[in-house]
Design a protein around this ligand. Structure first.
Ligand SMILES: NC(=O)c1ccc[n+]([C@@H]2O[C@H](COP(=O)([O-])OP(=O)(O)OC[C@H]3O[C@@H](n4cnc5c(N)ncnc54)[C@H](OP(=O)(O)O)[C@@H]3O)[C@@H](O)[C@H]2O)c1
Length: 237
């Protein structure tokens, strides 16, 4: 029986890169996001890979009931859930004196409370499968920067959350890894990846990391992984 994965924020960027790699490994993949048109485009792209099955689910991670029904749909479709990848997130950057309450709430609600909702919803199914949770933190979860108050707070919080739940869930043989990427070529913060982003980590590289984690001998758990571009422009001679 195929293993199954649920990936939040799977319509674009890192989530889509992970979905591509897992499908190529023969894993069935469910992706979720808010924007139906992007989900449709991603579905067509993923189905063309021709390995593993694909379903798309419209869900906003800010809503626990959305995430619970997404997991119910995965279990109703494939009978099990093995991998939960809590990846959905946004970036909004402004100095604290200019930051709006709306931007603060959006970043914290999606990047931190949203991951709590996804994790909460998937635990019953993962207890049965002795499954795996990946959370997508960031190097912004350990390095602070100007205009990063909301994003830093959400990602520092997410790293702490992820390490604590790793301890809570290991008695059930559920593994938890938090990945902390540096710059990845994605659509975050309204960007559009282009050739000028070739020096960055590519989304499928994070997908490869995730696939490698799932192949790790179960006795060993890399619980927190930093990953960065090998030679960013600032490091060039
Ligand atoms: N790109 C980087 O350099 C970088 C570095 C470190 C960490 N990360 C983290 O990687 C994760 C993915 O970001 P990305 O760079 O791949 O960004 P992206 O290209 O903008 O993709 C973000 C994905 O998340 C979804 N999403 C956003 N808000 C959502 C919500 N409320 N509910 C459900 N889905 C939602 C988006 O779809 P909808 O908008 O349609 O919902 C989209 O599918 C984020 O947690 C980000 O913080 C990114």
């Amino acid at each position: 029986m195929n293993k199954t994965a649920y990936i939040t924020g799977g319509s674009k960027g890192i989530g889509l890169g992970i979905a591509q790699v897992l499908l190529k490994e023969g894993i069935n993949v469910a992706i979720s996001a808010r924007t139906q048109s992007d989900l449709k485009t991603a579905e067509e792209h993923l189905k063309a890979i021709g390995k593993g099955e694909v379903i798309v689910i419209q869900s906003d991670v800010r809503n626990l009931a959305n995430e619970e029904s997404a997991i119910q749909k995965v279990v109703a479709t494939w009978g099990r859930l093995d991998y939960c990848i809590a990846n959905a997130g946004i970036g909004k950057f402004s100095a604290i004196d200019e930051m709006t309450v709306e931007d603060w709430n959006a970043v914290v609600d999606i990047n931190l409370t949203g991951v709590f909702h996804t994790v909460k919803a998937c635990i019953p199914a993962l207890k049965k499968s002795k499954g795996y949770i990946i959370t997508m933190a960031s190097l912004a979860g350990t390095n602070f920067f100007q205009a990063g108050a909301a994003y830093n707070a959400s990602k520092f919080g997410l790293v702490g959350f992820s390490q604590a739940i790793m301890l809570d869930l290991r008695p059930y043989e559920i593994k938890v890894t938090t990945i902390m990427p540096g710059s990845v070529a994605t659509f975050i913060n309204g960007q559009t990846p282009s050739e000028k982003d070739d020096w960055k980590i590519q989304p499928e590289d994070i997908g490869q990391m995730v696939a490698d984690l799932f192949r790790m001998n179960p006795r060993t758990l890399p619980s927190k992984l930093e990953v960065r571009p090998s030679v960013p422009p600032s490091a060039r001679k």
